[in-house]
Design a binder for this molecule. Sequence first.
Ligand SMILES: Cc1cc2nc3c(=O)[nH]c(=O)nc-3n(C[C@H](O)[C@H](O)[C@H](O)COP(=O)(O)OP(=O)(O)OC[C@H]3O[C@@H](n4cnc5c(N)ncnc54)[C@H](O)[C@@H]3O)c2cc1C
Length: 449
Amino acid sequence: MKRVVVVGAGFGGLSAVNGLAGKGLDVLLVDRQNFHLFQPLLYQVATAALDQGAIAYPVRGLLKRNPGLRFRMTEVTGVDLDHRQLLTAGGPIDYDYLVLAAGTVTNFFGIETVRRHAYDLKHLADAVALRSHILRAFENAVQESDPAARAAWMTFVIVGGGPTGVEFAGALAELVHRVLIRDFPDLPLDRTRILLVEASPHLLAPFPPALQQYARTRLERLGVEVKLGAAVTDAEPDHVVLKDGTIVPARTLLWAAGVHAAPLAGAVPGPKARGGRVPVQPDLGLAGHPDVFVVGDMGYLEWKGAPLPQVSPVAIQQGAHAARVILARERGEAATPFSYWDKGMMATIGRGAAVGRVFGVSFTGFLAWLAWLGLHLFYLVGFRNRLLALVDWAADYLRFGWGVRLITREERESAGLAAPSATAPLAPAPVAGSTTSPAPPTAPAARTP
Ligand SMILES: Cc1cc2nc3c(=O)[nH]c(=O)nc-3n(C[C@H](O)[C@H](O)[C@H](O)COP(=O)(O)OP(=O)(O)OC[C@H]3O[C@@H](n4cnc5c(N)ncnc54)[C@H](O)[C@@H]3O)c2cc1C
């Protein structure tokens, strides 16, 4: 029996495995995590709107209905294309066909201080760490006697005006102004500063201008400061530096400004496209290695003159296509080129509003938000997860009582979480143009997958 090895239990890998199930092949799915993660909702875990269990699903639970599908939890370290072997921490695995769907990692564009001090949203642990940090920031602010240091705990800088930055900013504003305001009666929460920084002149770049403007207006109404044409160039645990030299005292920095192909892409020989993505043939195969496919965020293919976006519909459709090509080959048929069915794009801006562009039609507001809700419930993996999400969302919507306001990370693990100045004196907030940075009480721990 021929063996197909699929790397990555994300959208692309799972879709490939589903397409291959029950077709008389030995299918092995490999991932370093034992769960599929629904990344588009990470920001809701980070803002305490959803329980982490609602957006992750154990892979073995997904595969159990198909005896032909197996799973190995291990780190993939490389590929030996000549010997048709996948190299893993648990030893080499032979394959007849290989599907690589290892996704991306956050791209900090080489800014080492930002990489060390910023939060990002890529793994489940990132979202839980950020949620803990946000809640602890307010706990620290309550105890802080120095107004400048307190303001820094209550300032949140978000870098990246794409869907992740916009959705996170909106959800954070609602968490603060509608939920935490009741939890912290002794804190002037109206002074919370949420600053969304975007290098280009637009929010939500791929959306039409009218939707971009709607998103901006809506965010500003929620109390988010939108700074376009600005970039973050440096960061320390207690401040962020903008390109124009402005120093923003802030204890929280979320980096949502870009991604880079997973390091595994480097193990595939040949030149790479922008963002380290692996260029593929029209059938998603690797040039010179038709038995190897690269799908999802890690691969690079142009469609109608532009690179395919790194979004879940592309990964899902490509995973299914790679499976179809493999099955066609097994039947002795020719491979067909991949064609993308673009259903559109959506982004929420807080509770009850969204922007959407579906089949060329733009829409905004509450109806767009309902459509977003339905779509995400549909795509969430597993009945249990859909139910959990529905219950959390219904509770949030009806009562505005976010239920997951838990600080679950150990102090040692949480980024930049020193005690406030009442117990550990904090250096004065830096001023614009200063060249020295106050010594950070603790450096943030690197967040691991
Ligand atoms: C915060 C955030 C918000 C997003 N919002 C949206 C949205 O609203 N709409 C949308 O369409 N898309 C959104 N996306 C993008 C979407 O999540 C991706 O396009 C999609 O996940 C890509 O699927 P994939 O299968 O290529 O990779 P992934 O889903 O990232 O899966 C990759 C898998 O490979 C595994 N892996 C990687 N390297 C190794 C290794 N060396 N060894 C073993 N396993 C490995 C990982 O553990 C992971 O399980 C968002 C992404 C993020 C991060």
